[in-house]
Design a protein around this ligand. Sequence first.
Ligand code: SAH
Ligand code: SF4
Ligand code: F3S
Length: 421
Amino acid sequence: MRSYFLKSFGCQMNGADSEFIVGLLVARGFLQAKNAQNADVVIVNTCSVREKAENRAVAQIQEYAAIKKKDALLWVIGCMAQRVGEELRQKIPKINRIIGATEIEFIEEKIDEYLLPLGNFDILTHNIQSQWSALLPIMRGCDNFCTYCIVPFVRGREHSISLTVLCEQAQKIVDNGASEIVLLGQNVNSYRDKSMDFADLLAKIAQTRGLKRLRFMTSHPKDICEKMVKIISETSNICRHIHLPIQSGSSEILEKMNRKYTREQYLEKIAMIREIIPDCDITTDAMVGFPDETQKQFEETLSLFEQVRFSYAFMFAYSQRTGTAAAKEQNQVPQKERMSRLAKLVELQNNIVKEIYSTIVGRELEAFFTLEQNKKNAHSWAGQDFGAKRILVDTDENLGGKIAKVKIIKSSGMTLVGELI
Ligand code: SAH
Ligand code: SF4
Ligand code: F3S
């Protein structure tokens, strides 16, 4: 039996692409190798969004190139493969193939040719793995060109996948054993199929037979609308979670970022969501140290975080990406200042989460468990409530794929700990 080893960096879109490729390999009889040394094909799915992400990927590829079996294939795929291309192979000659992010959508037609050095493989569809929670891309690419962002350059123009195809895929995913589907797009709210928009798609996918939980990301604040929020509130299997990246609390910086909304408009959207779904978890992405960002503008991000109280946030220091409009700005904020602003924002947000979590202790929540965690003496399962809260339960029971009621017994920092009831 041949085996594969895949390491995925980056966002859930990369995660979905990785799952797709693994599915094609598993259908051809490949098994998952325990480590890269033993695998016949080693795949690294790369991210270009920040410089650090690229550096980590390069270090990882170099390590795999050094330890892989002599005849094993080494493929570098995804966003950095798209951005840097064949130059990567000049740097690391043991790479057999560079597969850019825009090529992955069509890889089914090419994969047998790419695997030829290992032999011919029949398709054994009965071998498809079942999973509890599945990622389903509903669109690809991005047309927004936020001035800091490399994604539109590496993922190409935005296009939606047809509603009929998505409904069929969703049903197949659930029939294969999944209870949860996560719909993915860089800006799901610009989904279109003829007269159907994202709200219509959500309502349709929610009707998939046997689907217990439906999630989606990412919403763009300029496009999110009341129609979608109402559909969430009216549908029992759509999770109460909206990921709504703010990026900056300053309207001037938002304008320079080409985000097409102001701080006030963002706050209006938050008020609209909380009016319709009071218990909705709202999460965000933000970045500090965008070119020209003054101390005062940074403080507007702090005050916005205090005002909104996000359930969690992904926070970043701005990273200059060659080719983007913001990279040409003269007034780049010094790296040290970016890091110090980031530390302040992270500290503020951590305290907010601790406060929110401490009010949840004693409450009963319904959690969907997907991740087993083995520590020295303890065995636990990680799950998610109907919003965006992660819950840990110590138990010997196998909770994989199950939805169970838990009572929250404590919050230890950023984690909620519960027990089964
Ligand atoms: N399409 C999504 C997110 C894509 S990238 C959206 O529009 O929200 C994920 C996050 O990475 C972004 O929300 C942003 O906060 C961050 N990011 C993107 N480019 C970055 C850069 N050049 N430097 C730092 N963070 C960046
Ligand atoms: Fe990047 Fe903006 Fe597109 Fe998100 S919406 S992927 S931040 S360009
Ligand atoms: Fe995602 Fe990174 Fe590409 S965030 S779209 S994997 S550049």
